[in-house]
Design a binder for this molecule. Structure first.
Ligand code: AMP
Length: 473
């Protein structure tokens, strides 16, 4: 298998339920359905019934992966599930999650969202302990480390293991009898706890709770290890003294669903505030404000409110086409724009339009979007972006691109404006972005904009090289 250097990396969605008397596989299926935006490459569910663990994972969308029969075979009262786009590890079915490993304590299933920064070190520890590594995923490494750690029970083993693991990890794990949630000490990726009658639910985002009738109770705290069994949840905590809270700001900007509540903030409202702030920072005399659908819809509503300009839609998105950006191939990404958006010439004809988007990453899709609007009759196109120029790679789970591929790392704002073919371009400032999110800047990770990583990361380190170093690509 070769390394696909064009491959985009992406975060993942994780879900777990401890639900005696419930059809836990089906509830997990619906939970994953709501988390589909977090990863479209593979999906999997594992269930436990007190004596064994069953697993089904395949490449594809949640709706394609599971048949009625597959769900019916996934019996038990505990389940965990995963939707994946590869952050680390190649795109193949062996890397689909959850991963199940065997140990003297019985099987352990793990589903991971995030990205580790010391994966090769951890892989060496696993091999040193004489355990195999069959996939190239961080989650297998974590699972095998836990399985081979010293300790009489799983909680002890997990507590022993987590301090070794560096990077971003929001994990759901399952033993034959317990559901376990773990969040890294920085709290980089989201993870929340919900309640469904007498059942307990863990999910990457709260948007997975409503559809199954569960309610949001709280976030899993940075450094928290929550164990849920027949006695309900109990938590132990890792030492967080060396870590600062560093929730990913890009989750608020782009990645999370707008109907999720993260740290008490409805993502939709954070985006609206970003749009309103952008209208103050980069006003323009135009005829209308429109979003690049769907991710910037809330932000465009905010810009319209802030500017007093009318909100209209100038592009209609085909809802059945995946995110072009995360197709693992550049050619597909480029042709994807036309397949994805259809302009409304009657709305755009002769108009000066403000186009609001959440981010410009590589700058490959934005020029096509601007050109599409011009061909449809727009007189002026003023691009407004609800985040600062992205000048650094993410090493912590949202791998937008390598630094050399980030357009803002290579061009000034006027150069980018010219490159995308817009009449003007304005980015939201860091301060106003932080203010719109509503958390203090010290509690956010904004390394992709500022280079201030919350933990040491190897800046010149190429994740693809790393994969090669692990010998499984
Ligand atoms: P580009 O002009 O190629 O940088 O693409 C910008 C578009 O990609 C914007 O509309 C963003 O909403 C979208 N985008 C940003 N980050 C991601 C990501 N990680 N995955 C998919 N799409 C993204």
């Amino acid at each position: 298998m070769s390394v696909d250097t064009d491959r985009m990396h992406e975060a993942c969605g994780v879900f777990g339920i401890y639900g005696p008397g419930e059809d836990v596989a089906r509830l997990t299926f619906f939970g994953l359905y709501a988390l589909q935006h977090r990863g479209q490459e593979s999906a999997g569910i594992a269930t436990a019934d007190g004596s064994e663990i069953r697993l089904f994972a395949e490449m594809g969308l949640v709706s394609q992966v599971f048949s009625e029969a597959d769900l019916a075979n996934l019996t038990g009262h505990i389940a965990i599930g995963h939707t994946r786009y590869s952050t680390m590890g190649s795109s193949c079915v062996e890397n689909a999650q959850p991963i199940v490993v065997e140990s003297d304590l019985g099987p352990l299933a793990v589903a991971h969202n995030g990205n580790l920064v010391n994966a090769p070190y951890l892989a060496e520890r696993v091999i040193e302990r004489g355990a195999p590594l069959t996939s190239s995923t961080d989650s297998e490494t974590i699972a095998r480390l836990c399985a081979t750690a010293p300790g009489r029970d799983w909680v002890e083993r997990i507590r022993q293991t987590m301090p070794l693991v560096k990077g971003a990890f929001s994990l759901v794990m399952m033993t034959k009898r317990e559901l376990i949630a773990v969040r890294d000490t920085y709290g980089i990726r989201p993870l929340c706890l919900g309640r469904l009658g007498s059942s307990w639910v863990i999910a990457s985002e709260s948007c997975a709770l409503g559809p199954i009738g569960a309610e949001l109770l709280r976030e899993i705290q940075p450094g928290e290890i929550m164990i849920i069994d027949e006695n309900g949840p109990r938590s132990v905590y890792m030492d967080t003294s060396a870590a600062r809270n560093a929730m990913c700001s890009f989750e608020y900007i782009y990645f999370a669903r707008p109907d999720s509540v993260i740290n008490g903030t409805l993502v939709y409202l954070a985006r609206e505030r970003m749009g309103a702030a952008l209208a103050e920072e980069h006003p323009v005399d135009a005829d209308l404000v429109m979003p690049v659908p769907d991710s910037a819809t809330a932000a465009a509503v905010g810009y319209a409110r802030g500017s007093g300009l009318p909100y209209r839609e100038g592009l209609i998105k085909n809802r059945y086409i995946g995110r072009t950006f995360i197709q693992p191939d550049q050619r597909l990404r480029e042709s994807g724009v036309k397949l994805k958006f259809n302009p409304l010439p009657e709305v755009l004809e002769g108009k000066s339009v403000v186009v609001v988007d959440d981010s410009i990453v590589r700058g490959t899709t934005t020029p096509s979007t601007v050109a599409l609007l011009r061909r449809a009759g727009a007189r002026e196109v003023h691009m407004r972006v609800t985040s600062p120029p992205m000048v650094n790679s993410c090493y912590l789970g949202i791998d937008t691109a390598r630094r050399e591929e980030l357009i803002a790392a290579n061009m000034t704002v006027p150069e980018i404006c010219k490159h995308i073919g817009a009449d003007s371009l304005g980015y939201l400032s860091l301060d106003r972005m932080i203010e719109a999110i509503g958390l203090p800047g010290e509690r956010l990770c904004h390394a992709c904009f500022t280079g201030e990583y919350p933990m040491p990361v190897q800046l010149d380190f190429d994740k693809l090289v790393l994969e090669g170093a692990r010998g499984r690509v």
